[in-house]
Write a protein that binds this ligand. Sequence first.
Ligand code: MSP
Length: 631
Amino acid sequence: MKKFYVTTPIYYVNDVPHLGHAYTTIAADVLARYKRLKGYEVFFLTGTDEHGQKIEKSAKAKGMTPKELADSVVVNFKRLWERFDISYDHFIRTTDDYHEKVVQEIFQRLYDKGDIYLGEYEGWYCTPCESFWSKSQLVEEKHCPDCGRPVERLREKSYFFRLSAYQDKLLQFYEENPDFVLPEFRMNEVKAFVKQGLEDISISRTTFRWGVPVPFDDEHVIYVWFDALFNYISGVGYGIDDEKFKKFWPADVHIIGKDILRFHAIYWPAFLMAAGFELPKRVFAHGWWTVEGRKMSKSLRNVVDPNRLIDMYGADAVRYFLLREVPFGLDGDFSHKALIHRINGDLANDLGNLLYRVLTMTIKYAGGKVPAPTENRDTELEELAKKVLERVDEHLNRQAFNRALEAIWDLIRAANKYVDVKAPWALNKEDKKEELGNVLYNLLETLRLVGVMLYPFMPSKMGEMLAQLGCGSEPKEEDLNWGRIQVGAEVAKGKPLFPKVEEEKIVKEIEKEVAEVEKKEEAIPEISIEDFAKLNIIVAQVVEAERVPKTDKLLKLVVDTGTEKRTVVAGIGAHYKPEELVGKKVLYLSNLMPKKLRGIMSCGMILAASKGEELYLPVLPDDTPLGARLR
Ligand code: MSP
């Protein structure tokens, strides 16, 4: 039996679905659909990652339980996948009972065999990334190397996975399976990382509760990545439906983003080796999208909100663009302009017009029925089509979606040229009936094959196109051969398959939106921790205070920093009387460049919180030592 098992990452539920999620999922869907078309029995798994501190924190901030948060977000994911025609076979949630059972069973198994042991953990943890880092991996000593945010020091009892014992086995596995990770340069990164040496990893937590409990130790919950990765096993029936599991495991390809490669290419195979499972055949790490030339920040997300894109352009055009525009595996930029160019160029002009012209001619010159070809038929399109079928197969077997699409467009362009060269209208005029019939047959059959090859990419539009060509709208394996169009079948011209999009209006609108986001982001620019470290904000005590003559707002203060006394002019006179301030501990920015104000040299600045007309001095505990630095 030919089988194919493809997965997406399971998505965290602290976020609404965004373009990055859609990208991974659409890519996996195209593979699933292509393999089904090729006659494979396919299992396509996606789902959500619902445990961990990050989700617990998000839920708390929203005043919900983690499960309530997950339930509400899962609905959004499922709705979006429906709109994108994602043909998943199962949607797994890590809070599903059967999954939790599997995770516990495997944890227990690895503990019993000694691959998991209890130890003491002391290290650096990045909560947003749910990752531990060693000191040497940190950026500037205190920052996560992945996201740049500050890490937290954690010291706790923890169960460890003996990753160090798998270093050589992993390296040997990579040697024997050079295509395990694609693209190739990512395989090299993984190897280099493992060669540096692997330390055992902490795989349980005691500092929060939202996770799968360690089966034999109530105080610990299982590390979210250990829990999450095993979805690929539990989701395909392990422990519930053995027959299904045996049929589909190992996975043929895990589609993931480059940011989570380490977990999939190092931890995951090591966990599987330890638990005695076969290893997946491939992990494909795709690149990241920027948006209109900028990092996809939260505020920019609206510009590429997947639901909005579907409303604007239709699901299939978006599916096509994402896989056509950028080689899978590399980073790329998403712009509305580029998307519109693809729609108006590739889809409306090259493909849509070809279909429209060929159908119009078939109706005009052949009574709207697929004409019968004769022995004298030329075979240039047929030969090219056969080559393209092979190229598409090769490229899709290596997840090179853009190259598969390029190959299909070679055929579309050749067909367009063929129309011009053969000029059916002239053949009709000259009454060359046989050649005219052959030419139309070749074109209709080429279009049918194009429709079948593009079906996995644009299932809804290609279904329509095949129906217009008088074929069934759900192609099967045998339809991937030349000569399957039904002679005599009636064609039916519909409305244009891909209506042109008005570029100027949309691009202007989007530019305006992006400019607004930029303005907002510029007003409060993002700063690095180095920028922040430049501010020497310390606790100081006001020892003298008086009004600056002839002003309402300015006070002349003398503050004691613990090591020296400084004079500072502060604009808080409308809110505080001088005598109220003497003795107060305040936050003081000491390294601001000195400046003369009303003839007084002001050194530094007193910090206060303000909104509108209101102003508040932060209250510090009485025992805060002078000179203590805010960091
Ligand atoms: N829960 C983990 C995965 C566990 S798999 C056992 C996780 N979830 S996630 O929701 O944060 O991210 C899922 C995917 O979205 C990743 O593959 C990531 O690469 C992708 N993307 C997030 N932002 C992206 C872009 N800007 N561009 C393309 N994909 C990006 O990680």
